[in-house]
Design a protein around this ligand. Structure first.
Ligand code: SME
Length: 165
């Protein structure tokens, strides 16, 4: 369904309609608040998970040659709390310095499995002065779940997150 605003899309959420634009402005406010970075990244993960096709949401930070999980929201914890850059879809987003969308994780040899139900994944780098310093990682239980709207929305959230990672 089309709405108004930058992303112009509304979804049916658990508690009524949910729009990318409303979510984006809520996230922008909290990210720009002077709250503690960990409180902010926890909040961002919880809010993003309200999008029905986002089953698991994590925020990783680059620490040397490793991605370290800072915050997550989802039904269960991942064993991949530290991922060497160069491994997984998560590593690829940093080495390629690009958003990576995998429509079918079962067909991508780079994929590191966390959850049996995951079918597709998107990883969006967070950059500071052009250098990747972290990323947003989202799993979905649907095949090819991530649309150009998801990509544009998450890239704009990632831009804001540069100030807190
Ligand atoms: N699937 C990721 C690993 C992280 S989990 O999805 C939480 C990857 O391939 O890098």
């Amino acid at each position: 369904m089309k709405g108004v605003g930058k992303f112009g899309e509304v979804m049916a959420g658990e508690k009524g309609n949910l729009s990318y634009d409303e979510l984006a402005s809520r996230l922008e406010k909290i990210i720009r608040s002077k709250s503690q970075p960990k409180a902010i990244t926890d909040f961002v993960c919880r809010e993003l998970r309200k999008i029905p096709h986002y089953s698991w949401v994590g925020i990783y930070a680059v620490e040397g040659d490793t991605l370290v999980l800072r915050s997550w929201a989802g039904p269960s914890a991942t064993q991949h709390t530290r991922i060497p850059i160069g491994q997984g879809i998560c590593g690829a987003a940093i080495t390629e310095d690009a958003t990576v969308i995998v429509p079918d994780v079962g067909r991508d040899p780079r994929y590191l499995q966390c959850f049996l139900n995951t079918r597709s994944e998107i990883v969006v780098p967070v950059r500071k002065t052009g250098v990747p310093i972290g990323e947003i990682d989202i799993d979905s239980e649907s095949l090819a779940a991530f649309t150009p709207t998801d990509r544009a929305f998450l890239e704009s959230v990632a831009e804001d997150l540069a100030s807190v990672l």
